[in-house]
Design a protein around this ligand. Sequence first.
Ligand SMILES: Cc1ncc(COP(=O)(O)O)c(C=O)c1O
Length: 462
Amino acid sequence: MVRRVEDQLRNSDELSLMFGFQNLSDGVRSKTLVQTRGEGIFVFDEQGKDYLEATSSFYCAALGYSEPELIDAAVEQYQKLPFYISAQQKSVPVVLELADKLAALVPMENAKVAFGATGSEANEFLLKFVHFRNIMNGEEKRTKVIARLGSYHGGTLVASSLTGFTDHHAEFGLPLPGIFHVAQPDHYNQAYEGESEDAYATRLVADLDTLLQKEDPETFAAFITEPVSFSCGLLTPPATYFQKLQALLRGYGIRYLDDEVVTGFCRTGNFWGAETYGIDPDCMTMAKSITSAYFPVSAVAMSGEFYEGLEKGSDALGTFAHAGTYAGHPVGAAVALKTIEIIEKRNLLGNARAMGAVLGSKLAGYADHPLVGKVRHVGLAGSVEFVLDKATKRRADKPGSIAGFFGERALAHGLMVRATGECAVLAPPLVITANEIDELFRRFDLALADTLDWASREHGVV
Ligand SMILES: Cc1ncc(COP(=O)(O)O)c(C=O)c1O
């Protein structure tokens, strides 16, 4: 018997913590779910109820919640040297080793690596590097940056400006000047009647070209994307989208920045999302799964060619006036190195591919469900997009209410999904097993049955 979610929640008015991504005053129905421990892919709340974390908690816990080798790696480094700065020609062995490891892993030649603590910070640092490089290399006109609607790039001022939740820019006085947004590839919702995926990709890139021409392409520094955007429902792009996009940008000398904060570390069925989608980036950012989120670590990786421009500028000035106290934290570096070692020695890329195939075929089975308009899948990630009518793609008047209801019912049945827009996204830990995928979909089915009942009652779905 499923307990009501409310039984698991604390009254928010008793709490001093200010939450985000929710209404500050009433939160989740004035209640807050408090998780106390984790085991494998499950987390447990204060009453001991288990939740299968099918989003790895914001796409973070790649190795699940109780990996002793990660904890031991942290403890060992705490005992050796809990902190030392990496700046001014000082560092720590594990930090140097992690930079070498990442430089070898990224799909860029002679790569260099800089560290941060969060994904936002990595994106923020990267934009700062891009501006420095242009200013110090005679390209000071190139100041503008393009991102995509619906993509999340973080919570700091620049990262929030890049984030394509443009409905929420004005209230924070954003975006910062010179940041533009173009459409996300969403063939299901945006293609014209009968328009092929290829023709749709051509149109999106032509629209981008129109924007560049209008603004003057030589004033643009960079374009930033995640290989696939989880924040707006795992909108898997048309097969030719990135190829067309990169050809256009290359022609104008506009840098390609690849945000791998969610897609890095095997999520899309390759180590990097860039490999899955044929992206040839100038620079990449990463965070979250880099330590399975056991320690806050992020990184910017850049091609040798990009780095050389930074070095040239730095030589001209005699310094590179940038650092972060926790950029290259030794404990974080030790945990990141261990995370990568575990991914390699346990072949978690192989597991992500094998379990991703199982997840994908299970999801494909929902394509005929009356509430499912579109199923999307890549690697060990998938989503369903809800509609009230498959033929007309009708939605409820309140945007996101079907996925929102589904997400609440999933929670009640002990399943964490990410409801965004009308999509419910799944991205379980890389360590998930076939039996656990069965359990995930057992809970998913219960939530879907509840949602269909509700949609029949409230919206006349049959
Ligand atoms: C694609 C992407 N980039 C950047 C970020 C920002 O990372 P953080 O929350 O660690 O600052 C996120 C966070 O969810 C993300 O999904």
